[in-house]
Design a protein around this ligand. Structure first.
Ligand code: G6P
Length: 367
């Protein structure tokens, strides 16, 4: 095709490094000075958004993780109930859809069989359908009432990276257009719009930490398992980090909401089970730190991506990498990058086929 790897060893690495540029493309032309321009969603968007009373998100794989993050945003900022489900379950369940349901599908390819089937299953029973998608003219886009293209450009690596972060930008724009109808203060929208404009530069700064992340990756190459922990919007980020690691390095990785540690995974923690945590400096940090202490006490090796290293002091068995200060709303986007880079470097050390991991396909167009 017309896409080549340029100076990069793998498409995945190229796509990770493209993120500052493509998150910009995902918001370009869609932001006014203080607000999101809703024409970007298609004709009739404003009338549809006026009537939304609940949101049902459906997706698969990495796109599903984007949906899980959007749920926190939609309920927090728009105050609208939001459900999220993997398409393969949703499509076969007797789903109850309250009046005023906006059905949102999220898909890089727009051709994932289960996601498409879910849309076809419910489209006559919902207020409207919105596709968040990276491929113009794909089936999902053609068959949905509204769409917001993620503008990430072609993604070749099977493990999704830039498609995910641009989906998050698109979902944040969606949250804002819904929120303004449900009491979201114009000042809050203006602040978030302003913060979004800082995102490309923030991502550049995180990419500059790559050498330190590459060094950290050495600790994983010989491991059989890894545990990822996060809280709030960083919980789905931990899930996405675990998915990346298992997809391309074949290391068994699991993510847990940090607060669930005591309810099972703590039994697995020992020196052979590295624990990766995304710990921005937010109101959940103290809770998360208590969870980390429990891991430490069991001899677990900790790898912490932290917003403030003063708060999570490096000590024996704890490696801390400090990220730049991040506006709270952008945390899940920014903290995804170090986890992508970590998996990438672990996979390179293990010598796997990074762009074409065994048994996996870029687009799952049959059930
Ligand atoms: C496959 C890909 C994943 C992707 C998932 C959903 O499993 O390997 O990277 O997240 O499908 O694909 P979609 O195109 O619907 O986002």
């Amino acid at each position: 095709g017309s896409v080549d790897k340029g100076e990069y060893k793998h498409y995945m690495l190229k796509e990770i490094y493209e993120q500052p540029k493509v998150v910009h493309a995902a918001m370009e032309g869609r932001l006014g000075k203080d607000s999101v321009l809703e024409q970007a969603f298609g004709t009739g968007a404003a009338e549809i958004f006026d009537q939304v009373r609940q949101v049902q998100i459906v997706a698969c794989g990495t796109s599903y993780h984007a949906g899980l993050i959007a749920r926190y945003w939609i309920e927090d900022l728009a105050g609208i109930p939001c459900m999220v489900e993997v398409a393969s379950e949703f499509r076969y369940r007797k789903v109850v859809l309250p009046p005023g349901t906006l059905f949102v599908s999220i898909s890089q390819s727009g051709e994932t069989a289960d996601t498409l089937a879910a849309l076809r299953e419910v489209r006559d029973r919902v207020l409207a359908s919105l596709a968040i998608c990276n491929v113009p003219g794909s089936s999902l886009v053609r068959e949905s009432d509204l769409c917001l293209m993620t503008n990430a450009g072609p993604e070749i690596g099977v493990a999704s990276t830039k498609a995910f972060t641009t989906q998050l930008v698109a979902l944040l724009l969606t949250t804002l257009v819904l929120g303004r109808r449900h009491g979201l203060a114009p000042e809050t929208e203006a602040r978030i719009v302003d913060e979004l404009k800082q995102l490309p530069a923030l991502l550049e700064r995180v990419l500059s930490l790559d050498p330190a992340i590459e060094k950290m990756s050495q600790a994983f190459a010989e491991k059989q398992h890894a545990l990822f922990l996060g809280r709030g919007t960083l919980n789905p980020v931990a899930m996405e980090g675990a998915l990346k690691l298992k997809e391309i390095s074949y290391i068994h990785a699991e993510a847990y909401a940090a607060g669930e540690l005591k309810h099972g995974p703590l039994a697995l923690v020992d020196k052979d089970m590295p624990v990766v945590t995304v710990a921005p400096r937010n109101e959940m940090l103290d809770k998360l730190k208590a969870n980390l202490q429990e891991v430490k006490a069991r001899g677990g090796e900790l790898f912490v991506f932290a917003g403030c290293s003063d708060e999570v002091l490096p000590e024996e068995g704890v490696q801390v990498l400090e990220l730049p200060p991040v506006p709270g709303i952008l945390e899940p986007i920014v903290y995804t990058l170090p986890l992508q880079l970590l998996s990438y470097h672990v996979a390179v050390l293990k010598g796997t086929d990074v762009d074409q991991p065994r048994n996996l396909a870029k687009s799952v167009t049959v059930e």
